[in-house]
Design a binder for this molecule. Structure first.
Ligand SMILES: [Zn+2]
Length: 216
């Protein structure tokens, strides 16, 4: 994987399910990516405006409602922003049954995907190259976006949390697939690799390899 320049990450936690979204950009550059924009769109817009950033892409790890709640709002403010998601998750963006919002008692949809990403491919957004790894189990087509500057950065949505992993009891969930995907595709990264999860605190691959009860 290419080495990028310094990657800056700003975390936005939205009230709806305390979901973490992230604004990511290269230091000193004007293009940004938003990962998994949650319900609190104003927090994203405020940071973008203060830092004078424009949104190149809205990158989604999966299509559950807490992770897509802010897509329409960000897209309204930055109509040129491309929406990216995994190939096997794209249909759920526009389908309340597949994205489980109807199961939770409301119907949420996002604008459709502009870009669908395949397992193993490299993709560039806002000048940052990401390697895409599909790790199903929390949802059927969930992906992680992995970038590297002086270390690796994993935008993993609801795959791997501090001391926990994503829920697998929803329709489309699969505990075995999730654990084996994490072991095969993430635990091979260096211990100092940072993990930015969809809920809870930022952690590292080394911490989780050592302490995560689901992986030990
Ligand atoms: Zn989820």
């Amino acid at each position: 994987m290419n080495n990028n320049e310094n990657i800056v990450v700003f975390k936005v936690t939205s009230e709806f399910f305390e979901e973490n979204g992230y604004i990511v950009h290269l230091e000193g550059k004007s293009k940004a990516i938003i990962f998994d924009p949650g319900s609190d769109v104003d927090q994203f817009l405020e940071y973008l405006s203060v830092k004078n950033l424009r949104v190149d892409a809205i990158c989604l790890t999966h299509a559950h409602p807490d992770h897509i709640a802010g897509v329409s709002g960000i897209k309204a403010a930055y109509p040129d922003a491309k929406i990216a998601i995994g190939l096997n998750e794209a249909a759920a963006l526009t389908n309340p049954k597949l994205n489980l919002s109807s199961l939770l008692g409301f119907e949420m949809v996002s604008p459709p995907a502009d870009i669908t990403l395949k397992d193993g491919e490299d993709a560039e957004f806002a000048g940052i190259v990401f390697n895409i790894q599909e790790i199903p189990g929390h949802s059927p087509g969930h992906i992680a976006y992995i970038a590297k500057d002086s270390k690796f950065h994993v935008f993993g949505g609801d795959i791997l949390f501090e001391d926990s992993i994503g829920r697998c009891d929803f329709p489309g969930g699969d505990f075995k697939k999730l654990v084996s995907g994490i072991k095969q595709k993430l635990l091979c990264l260096p211990p100092d690799s940072k993990v930015y999860p969809g809920h809870g605190s930022t952690t590292t691959i080394g911490e989780e390899a050592k302490n995560n009860p689901f992986l030990n």
